[in-house]
Design a protein around this ligand. Structure first.
Ligand SMILES: C[S@@+](CC[C@H](N)C(=O)[O-])C[C@H]1O[C@@H](n2cnc3c(N)ncnc32)[C@H](O)[C@@H]1O
Length: 269
């Protein structure tokens, strides 16, 4: 399955420029929090990023720290690089490894810090255990895993009606950023525990036109094919507790959707 429905680096860059402020990209409070932890580990040698998140790469670039980035698509990492402050697809401090995250043991290396922004969400629930087990095996004994993810939204938001969202939006009670998330929430699939841009477009269809001309969901997210597996926080912590100790949980605060976007600081058991 392709992550984006556009193929070229420059097209991916253009799409991602539109996503600022939405759930796909980290907000300032999250970036500051990442920076705080990365600085605590700046004396260490080996850092690994799941994917190519530009906001995280900026922190490593500012600190002049070498970074290994792992993704199954090189074009994504190169496009994300063009969204960093330096604008390079892959810069001199960065090393790219083309690998599935479930094959990270092939790196045969230990890392002091692992960081992933919505990374685990990209996998189906049945792969969560393998993902976390492999992450714990990659980690040096005193290392940390900064694991940001989307968890299952609350039932009142999953069960909210389309007309209530439309009404709240027209009343100015929800921002564009929360509107996008709320539309995904009402299309959350309780069986697969997944939501995603294409799923929302497919389920809501022409009803999305009711937000035009102010908010064009299809134009914004029509080329993004990412699907998120969002487990309840309890269920997720059950998976985590097999391999890690939870040191801290941080919640960004810029939007209502941030309530469902915790950042976990995990240390190896
Ligand atoms: C870091 S994740 C999440 C990014 C963004 N925050 C979002 O919400 O879509 C996006 C990246 O994950 C990569 N990816 C997804 N599943 C993967 C896997 N099993 N192994 C390696 N890379 C994967 C995709 O190629 C993409 O570049």
């Amino acid at each position: 399955m392709t992550y984006m429905l556009v193929k070229k680096e420059e097209e991916i860059v253009r799409e991602w420029e539109k996503y600022k402020g939405f759930t796909i990209r980290p907000e300032k409070s999250t970036i500051d929090y990442y920076q705080k932890w990365i600085r605590c580990y700046r004396h260490c040698q080996e850092f690994l990023l799941y994917g190519g998140t530009p906001e995280i790469r900026n922190i490593f670039q500012e600190e002049k720290l070498s970074l290994t980035m792992v993704d199954q698509l090189e074009v994504m990492v190169r496009a994300m690089g063009r969204l960093t402050s330096g604008g390079m697809p892959i810069n001199a401090y960065e090393k790219f490894e083309l690998l599935d995250w479930l094959e990270l043991f092939k790196l045969n290396k230990k890392f002091s810090l692992l960081i992933g922004d919505d990374a685990i969400n990209m996998l189906p629930e049945k792969k969560f255990t393998s993902f976390l087990k492999i992450a714990s095996e990659l980690l040096a004994p005193d290392g940390i895993f900064i694991c940001h993810l989307l968890v299952r939204p609350s039932d009142d938001l999953i069960l909210k009606s389309f007309s209530d969202i439309l009404y709240d939006y027209k009343q100015g009670k929800i921002s564009h950023f929360d509107l996008a998330s709320q539309l995904n929430f009402i299309c959350y699939d309780k069986n697969t525990k997944q939501m995603g841009w294409q799923q929302t477009i497919h389920i809501l269809g022409k009803r999305l036109n009711q937000f035009l001309p102010h908010f064009n969901f299809k134009n914004l997210f029509g080329q993004c094919n990412s699907t998120f597996t969002c487990l309840s926080q309890n269920l997720f912590e059950g998976f985590v507790n097999q391999f890690f100790t939870i040191k801290e949980i941080f919640y960004p605060h810029e939007h209502q959707y941030c309530l469902f976007e915790p950042v976990y600081i995990l240390s190896k058991k």
